[in-house]
Each structure stands twice: as structure tokens, then as C-alpha cells.
Design a protein around this ligand. Structure first.
Ligand code: SAH
Length: 354
């Protein structure tokens, strides 16, 4: 049993089953034994690899789009350059290196990072030694008095989800309970749910639907800021317009494992419902775009060729594989999607269309 499994088992014995959402939150962010509190999960030696860890080109192109948007918005003298869930800080470091080419933009930036893991904050501080970021626990703490230029990659997929199973016109929640000494899934009693009223139209009895209450709240706080003060928010994640079925996934050493296996020792994520992210926003948003198409529009192939000129042997092979990984439909090109928030009545950032 992992230390967290002992804690969960004791809690469930004393207080009854917990929701999948509570299970996810405890597994990821328990202060002592949570996944993000105890380890650096990224890269080939970790449990999974993210786009900025695949290649510097990802952050470079995002940096250029942000700088271009800043120019189009009249070069405001003070801005917040922000990231949600910066991981190792690689994406922000790549953005900052790239925007040195636009010195007035670089000079205008105050860096803000929203990060729940104290451990990862230390890694980010190390990666971003040359700047002085301000860390926040919540998106709501981001500045409200300057334009906000923000990026979030694989942040929303780590937010806890509820899983609901349709039973007539009500929904039974999937819960984590105990059988013998082992964690097991069970179901709550049924209740009608107004948040899932729109899913009665495309589901039948027994279908499983997921929802993430934090996601729309976070999007509202970003959208309010972008509309009131200017800027843009670029969101990258995997998922679809609307998901159906169980997408809760546990990854350990690049392999899928069962969601209840060794709690706290594998990464837990769920697909993102983009429909929910863009619903009722008080600012403009672009179309949801496959990541591969977005990167191609911004010229990733030209950039890849330029970088390739200085490489050979294994380095060149890895670079070619990284380009393919970020853009190819069989890899991260299609399952990963992106969209941008931008002020009402203005044009979308480069790489996006309405
Ligand atoms: N963006 C990085 C890391 C993605 S992993 C990359 O692309 O490599 C998810 C990141 O979000 C981690 O840094 C994790 O600690 C952070 N995170 C997850 N949920 C969070 C929350 N509710 N509040 C703040 N940070 C969170």
C-alpha cells in the first residue's frame, strides 16, 4: 500500500466513499504524498512528456504570437505575462528567450505563475533564475490592472472531474469506496443535476459524462481580465468539444495504469471538454484548432529546418522526431487542441481564426 492509499482507506472507512473529483485532488495535491507534491513527472525519465519538453519550438512560436499580439494591441508599457501550471518552467523560459527579439515587449513583462505544487515552484524558480516571477495559488489572484498575456498547456486536464452516470433523468456519481481492503469504484444515489441538463439530449441510460466545476470559473476570470484590460490567453490541452465516457487516465513511466493503482504515484488526468471552456465568455474567442495546424500556421516547419542546419547524427534524428511529435495527426497534432481568448471587437492572435 502507498502512504496515500493508507490515508484514503482510513478516510473512506471513517466517512464513506469519496467522489472521483476528491480522489483526483488528493492523489495529485496531497501536501505530503500527492503526485505533484512529491515528484518531477516530466520528460523521458518521468511519467509523461509535454509539448514544451518535446521541443523548444513550441514555446518559441507561442512567444512570437504573444509579442505580435502585443504590437497589434498598441504596445502597452506594462503587462502581465502569465502561465497556468508551468511544470518545470520550460515553456516560460522558451517564451522569454524568444521575445528578447522584441526588447520593448520583454521590458514590459511582469511574470506571473499560477502553481499549486510547492515542489514545482522550486523547479520553476531554478529554470527562471534570470527573472523574478510572482507565484499565485489561484487564477483569481492574477493582476486586474494591466493587460494579461497568458498561456496554459496541459493545465485543465489536471483539474479534478466528477463522473456522472445517467439513470433516467437523474445522475449517479461514480465514487471511490472500499471492498475488503482495496479501493474500488461504486455509485452514489441518483439526483437530477442542472449542470448536466444539456447532456440529457445526447446520452442514454448508463452513459458516463464528466464535468469539471473549476474549469468554467477559471475561464471566466481570464476572460474578464482580457476583455477589460487587453491581452490574450492561449489554451492548449487534449480532449474534444464534448466528451462522452470515462476519460480518467493514470500514467506511470509512460504506461497507462488503472486509476486506483498506487494512488499518488501516477499522474491522473481527464480529457478537457472545450465546449465548457468557451461557454458564455465575456470576451472573444477563436475557433478550437488542432495543435498541429496551429503550429504549421505559425511556420514550425521553417523553424524546424533552420534548427536542423546546426544538427547531425542522433540530435538531428531527435529533432525530426520532435517536430513530428508536436504536429503529426497520429501523435500530438490532432488530439491536442488550442484556442485563444482576446478582447471583443479585435482580431485573434496569429495562428488562430474565428
Ligand atoms: N504546463 C507544463 C506542465 C503541465 S502539468 C508543461 O506543459 O510541461 C500540470 C501543471 O499544472 C503542473 O505544474 C501542476 O502542478 C499544475 N496544476 C495542476 N492543477 C493545478 C491547480 N489547480 N492550480 C495550480 N496549478 C495546478
Amino acid at each position: 500500500m502507498t502512504p496515500l492509499e493508507k490515508i484514503l482507506t482510513a478516510q473512506i472507512k471513517a466517512q464513506g466513499p469519496i467522489s472521483v473529483s476528491d480522489y483526483m485532488a488528493i492523489c495529485l495535491f496531497h501536501p505530503e504524498h500527492g503526485y505533484y507534491s512529491t515528484r518531477d513527472p516530466f520528460g523521458t525519465t518521468g511519467d509523461f512528456i509535454t509539448a514544451p519538453e518535446v521541443s523548444q519550438m513550441f514555446g518559441e512560436l507561442i512567444g512570437l504570437t504573444l509579442a505580435q499580439t502585443w504590437i497589434e494591441q498598441g504596445k502597452p508599457a506594462r503587462i502581465a505575462l502569465a502561465e497556468l501550471g508551468p511544470g518545470r518552467g520550460t515553456l516560460m523560459a522558451d517564451i522569454l528567450r524568444t521575445v528578447k527579439a522584441v526588447p520593448a515587449f520583454a521590458a514590459a513583462c511582469e511574470i506571473h505563475l499560477v502553481e499549486a505544487s510547492q515542489r514545482l515552484r522550486k523547479v520553476q524558480a531554478q529554470t527562471l533564475q534570470n527573472v523574478t516571477p510572482t507565484w499565485h495559488d489561484h487564477t483569481e489572484e492574477l493582476p486586474t490592472d494591466v493587460p494579461l498575456y497568458l498561456v496554459a498547456n496541459e493545465f485543465f486536464d489536471a483539474l479534478p472531474i466528477h463522473q456522472m452516470i445517467r439513470d433516467g433523468d437523474s445522475w449517479r456519481e461514480r465514487q471511490v469506496g472500499i471492498e475488503g481492503e482495496a479501493l474500488t469504484f461504486g455509485l452514489s444515489a441518483g439526483a437530477p443535476l442542472s449542470v448536466l441538463a444539456h447532456r440529457l439530449e445526447d446520452t442514454k441510460d448508463g452513459d458516463l459524462v464528466e464535468f469539471c466545476p473549476q474549469a468554467p470559473t477559471i475561464m471566466q476570470s481570464l476572460a474578464k481580465r482580457v476583455d477589460a484590460n487587453g491581452g490574450a490567453a492561449l489554451i492548449f490541452d487534449y480532449g474534444d468539444w464534448r466528451s462522452l465516457g470515462d476519460t480518467l487516465q493514470a500514467l506511470r513511466a509512460h504506461e497507462k495504469v488503472a486509476a486506483l493503482y498506487k494512488p499518488g504515484e501516477s499522474d491522473l488526468t481527464a480529457h478537457v471538454d472545450f465546449e465548457v471552456l468557451v461557454a458564455d465568455l465575456p470576451c472573444a474567442h477563436s475557433r478550437i484548432t488542432p495543435q498541429g495546424i496551429f503550429l504549421e500556421r505559425l511556420g514550425i516547419t521553417d523553424r524546424a529546418q533552420a534548427l536542423a542546419k546546426n544538427l547531425n547524427g542522433t540530435d538531428l534524428k531527435q529533432h525530426i522526431a520532435a517536430h513530428r511529435r508536436l504536429t503529426h495527426p497520429d501523435e500530438m497534432g490532432t488530439i491536442f487542441k488550442t484556442f485563444a481568448l482576446f478582447p471583443s471587437g479585435t482580431n485573434p492572435p496569429a495562428g488562430y481564426e474565428t
